[in-house]
Design a protein around this ligand. Sequence first.
Ligand SMILES: [Zn+2]
Ligand SMILES: [Zn+2]
Length: 243
Amino acid sequence: MKYTLETIPVWDAVEDTSADCIFCTLMEAAELRSITYYLGSSVMNPETRVKVNSRGFCPDHYRALMQAAKPQAMALISHTHLMQTQKELRPLLAALQGTKRTAKSRKLIMQIRKMIRDREQGCLICDSMQETLNRYLYTFVFLWGENPEFREAVSRSNGICIHHLPSVLDMALEVLSGEVCADLFDAISEHMERWITQSVEDVHWMTQMYKSENRDKSWRGCEEAQKRAVRREIGSGRIIRNP
Ligand SMILES: [Zn+2]
Ligand SMILES: [Zn+2]
């Protein structure tokens, strides 16, 4: 597959030592950009309206759009989206009217359920995040293969979360030559092993600090280790629906 390079944001995320995961940082920003885009002037664009009609947004992103408090844009989006839903639902509702409690009504309810489920499946924001993630993954792997300074910067960073691990490995397999790919596998495995071990120690120490005999001991910076451990395990910049 062909991807474009996005060198600057990937370098910035790698050099951000406060980030728990290079890709979560990038994806949180991508999600925000996408939400802003759909609530901006694009909402008036006929092409966007067609896409909003047909693909729509997953329930989580619909809620995120709503929370951004742009009532006019949301009115336009929901007008266009709800009309399509009405079009698809209307014949099913018409068929339901006057239907008794029979096998036919059971079949109709199944059809209604399927129609609504399909409507909730697609998401323009999730789709756009997936495209962006693919470009970032490609750029990361490409730079890692080309640039020793980038490898250094990655080894100084907090690396990647467990959620994003398989995506990085897949992209390395797709893009890198045999030897370079093996080097990346070594480096990523070693880095991952190191910080999982550290996280396990940190949360364990935290559990010990709740015992009365340890009351006077130092927290060793582990006051919020549970939050870090969960963020590193599930990631904070996830795509909700895979296309
Ligand atoms: Zn992540
Ligand atoms: Zn979504």
